[in-house]
Design a protein around this ligand. Structure first.
Ligand code: SF4
Ligand code: SF4
Length: 708
């Protein structure tokens, strides 16, 4: 036996003794894994379809960025760095793991391309990779046990903590690294004893083991060599087969989940993939009611969630104690899948999800702000699933009481306030305002290049009409030939759709599309990010649409808009990114560029800004919904503005204005803090020819309330 470690070829004789055992382990391990994965695929095969096989290059780009590049991980510095190190280690060790597996049945095997110098360099890299992964596991275990980051906690209302499972998996990976290193170190120690170069990269885990083993007898080293290999095999296959039973399944599914992730930001999934709008009446049941109503991709999301808690950590609904935590939308569905589609036994999908794993309040609590999706490193989707669950509830007539009235009004009047259509343009037709700014109502005789799409809240809410008038005056100032649809404009339907009322949305879209096309305009401008998102993503074949902040930013750059300095140098401004302008449509810079162009304006950023902006509490029909919560979302937001040292919150969305102005009062900041829309601020600060015009501009919003 002593000779057995005198050369590489002879070394392998130790392994050769176990060849039959290793072959058996390989076959058993692969067969078990294949069976388990096949069983895990059962619900995906029965699920609804999802068209995710298009645009392979774009999908590959996502894999390179988000999977291989780990793009989102650094958003959480400690956990992100740990994950990147572990991931890089796994990628490096992947080839070695396969080599080691094959060596068990073919002892002289060398992976093609990894002999000679390249092989030696690769050995150095893998020695360090195993060390880094091992240390990361130790660190992660200590962090989970001693420091317990708050976002890993599981509130009793959402289920049981799976800390023990998480730690068990970390321990298994640490064992795998030790086993691999032991195998390597025993070989190197044996070679060193025989006067050969027994290599282990300096200060790596195999090196430390080699140093401590080198004085052992050769037979003992041989046994350790064999044991290291056997332990590696057993741990490897145990891990492989255990992972599909818990959160570590994401190791296998994440690449596919990212490849098939959503490519079109801001868009909602159709009611059924493959059924176009003309045939929607043929759909017998809308939305998700039971598990198999989810699409296969949404089920893959459930399997891929790593339970890292980042989505919930950023969810405004979760932050104020609403009964929603996106992480548990995934975890509860995954638990349901494991329970109802077991690896052994019969599958069953009988239970309705609402009332069993989800509550209706939980599903109505979402503002569709997108913070969860923005944060998730595995690109798990939530908005489409939540909207699909709402579609299912709406289809069953389970609409919250507070939403029934606005939905009825939208059906009959085309706006959630139940106001008469003919009053839609009152804000623009007020006599005093007409003297300052003429706003055309487009019809067969009155055409224009640009449509200002106003939408319901700006048309009918007394306070928000000021945003409408400011927008009109800005368009007028830059010489835009524009008009409005007036009574012919109905609600854009943006939030009706996100509340699951697809057929009502389709009726609104149909009406508005006809009216817009008949107006003959070549472009659309709106000051409402919800209308912007709807016209851009939910409607089809319309002229290009822009938000007013983009128009203003262009006007500032071209010199058509110039500003006079702010009156008070004491005011500190902060910009609140509306979700449907920023996160969903990536318009972050234009509003900030505009603010920075106003002389003397001091601007600070809130900690949560740009793609990490914190929702104001939700727009559209969310204004009518009365959620169960400990605190208003808007109150949290104005507290963030105060912490940043701001006393003026600028936003660019009428819904944000409602929530923020209300929150300023509730939070006790009245008199100390104000909110203003970007269009209002721009209108107020535009340097118009002559001081009289400037004075008028500053006074109009308070005086010209439609209908007075
Ligand atoms: S979309 Fe916003 S409110 Fe809804 S679950 Fe995600 S983070 Fe929470
Ligand atoms: S959905 Fe994404 S962010 Fe949320 S817990 Fe799962 S992996 Fe983490």
């Amino acid at each position: 036996m002593l000779e057995g470690i005198q050369s590489d070829a002879q070394l392998t004789s130790w392994l050769a003794q176990g060849q039959a055992l290793f072959l058996f382990l390989h076959v058993l391990g692969v067969a078990c894994f294949a069976y388990i994965v096949a069983r895990r695929l059962v619900p995906l095969i029965r699920a609804e379809s999802d068209l995710r096989f298009d645009r392979p290059l774009a999908r590959l780009g996502k894999v390179l960025k988000f999977w291989l590049g780990q793009w989102k991980h650094p958003r959480y510095k400690t956990a992100g760095t740990l994950h990147i190190l572990i991931f890089a280690g796994f990628i490096l060790l992947a080839v070695r793991a396969f080599t080691v597996l094959i060596v068990g049945v073919s002892p002289n095997f060398v992976m093609p391309g990894l002999s000679g110098k390249t092989g030696h360099l690769y050995e150095v890299a893998t020695d360090y990779a195993a060390t880094v992964v091992f240390l990361c596991m130790v660190f992660a275990i200590v962090r989970r046990v001693l420091f317990k980051p708050a976002r890993y906690e599981v509130p009793a209302k959402f289920g049981k903590a799976n800390k023990a499972d998480a730690i068990f998996l970390l321990v298994l990976i640490a064992i795998l690294m030790v086993a691999d290193s032991l195998f390597e170190a025993a070989k190197a120690a044996g070679q060193a004893q025989q006067g050969h170069v027994g290599f282990a990269a300096a200060l790596s885990l195999p090196w430390f083991l080699k140093v401590s083993l080198v004085s052992m007898s050769l037979p003992t080293l041989g046994k350790l060599y064999f044991s290291g290999y056997l332990l590696h095999e057993l741990t490897f296959y145990f891990l492989l087969c255990y992972r599909p039973f818990g959160i570590q399944f994401h190791v296998e599914t994440s690449l596919f989940n990212i490849y098939f992730s959503k490519l079109d930001r801001g868009k909602l999934k159709p009611v059924k993939w493959g059924v176009n709008d003309e045939h929607i009446d043929q759909v017998k049941s809308f939305g998700v009611k039971t598990f198999e109503d989810f699409t296969w991709k949404h089920m893959l999301d459930f399997y891929s969630c790593a339970d890292c808690g980042r989505c919930s950590d950023n969810c405004p609904a979760n932050a104020v104690g609403r009964p929603l935590s996106p992480r548990f939308i995934s975890i509860k569905a995954r638990d349901y899948a494991f329970q109802h589609y077991p690896v052994f036994g019969r599958s069953n999908n009988s239970q309705p999800l609402i009332g069993s794993i989800y509550s209706d309040d939980e599903i109505w609590s979402c503002t569709t702000c997108g913070a969860c999706e923005e944060e998730c490193p595995l690109l798990v989707e939530y908005i489409d699933k939540i909207v699909d669950l709402r579609r299912g509830m709406v289809d069953d007539g389970a609409v919250p009481q507070s939403l029934q009235k606005p939905l009825k009004a939208l059906n009959s009047r085309g706006n959630p306030y139940g106001k008469m259509e003919k009053k839609k343009a009152d804000w623009a037709n007020a006599r005093e305002f007409q003297q300052i700014c003429q706003v055309k109502t487009l019809d067969k005789k009155n055409g224009a290049d640009t449509l200002y799409f106003v939408d319901s809240i700006t048309s009918f809410d007394d306070r928000m009409q000021s945003i409408g008038r400011a927008t009109a005056k800005i368009l007028d100032h830059i010489g835009e030939n524009f008009g409005i649809l007036g009574a012919a404009e109905k609600d854009s339907g943006h939030d009706v759709r996100r509340f699951g009322e697809e057929t009502l949305f389709m009726a609104l879209r149909h009406h508005n599309t006809d009216a817009i096309r008949a107006s003959g305009v070549t472009r659309i401008v709106t000051a409402d990010p919800h209308a912007y998102n709807a016209l851009k993503h939910d409607y089809k074949d319309l002229p290009p649409v822009e938000h007013i902040s983009q128009v203003i930013a262009r006007g500032v750059k071209s010199g058509r808009i110039e500003f006079r300095p702010v009156e008070s140098s004491k005011d500190v401004y902060t910009y609140h990114d509306p979700c449907y302008l920023g996160r969903h449509n990536r318009i972050f810079d234009d509003p900030r560029d505009v603010l920075d162009a106003i002389p003397g304006l001091k601007r600070v950023e809130m900690v949560r800004s740009r793609d990490r902006s914190f929702c104001c509490g939700g727009g559209g029909l969310m204004l009518f919904y009365e959620p169960k919560e400990e605190q208003r979302i808007g109150v949290k937001r104005v507290q963030m503005a105060a912490e940043a040292g701001a006393n003026v919150i600028v936003t660019a969305c009428p819904f944000c204005m409602v929530n923020i102005e209300d929150a300023i009062k509730v939070a006790g900041f009245e008199g100390k803090m104000t909110a203003i829309d970007l269009a209002e601020l721009v209108d107020q600060q535009i340097a118009r020819a002559g001081t009289v015009a400037a004075k008028e501009a500053a006074e109009i919003p308070q005086e010209c309330v439609a209908g007075r």
